[in-house]
Design a protein around this ligand. Sequence first.
Ligand SMILES: [Zn+2]
Ligand SMILES: [Zn+2]
Length: 169
Amino acid sequence: MKIDIHELLNKSEIVFRGEEVISLLEHNLSDQTHDYKVNVEGKVTKQGNRYLVQGTLSSTLKLLCDRCMKEVEYPIHTELYRVFSSDLNEQHQDEDVTPLTESSVDLSDAINEAIALEIPMKVLCKEDCKGICHACGQDLNVTSCTCEKADIDPRLEKLKNIFHPQSEE
Ligand SMILES: [Zn+2]
Ligand SMILES: [Zn+2]
């Protein structure tokens, strides 16, 4: 998303609103990307050689549950903040300043970075997600399986041996 800053010659600020489509790596399928639509709202103000962009971003990401790999909708509301400068000296002194090379500010990187920062380290479809059985691959939120029961309760395992003694060597 680019915002034309020509108007700041005779205005104190530019208010903008729009949509940006960004491409993010899937958080636990790192070889795949997913496109997301981000609602962007904000303003650009001029302070000397600097152009200050402040705004808000909102989007809904689709993340995969860490335990069962089910898709989880994850709403995001975060802030957009970036400083651009056309002054070369200032660009060298301050790493947080983005160089301005044309008569518009390009917000695409800032939007991408701000949204990527909001992706949580751990994603669960629900607090007590039971996940997928490692033995048979069934979703244990939907169904239960016998292999899982044997793992969970060692007392049951003992009973099983009493009724079905392991005779074969
Ligand atoms: Zn889950
Ligand atoms: Zn199982």
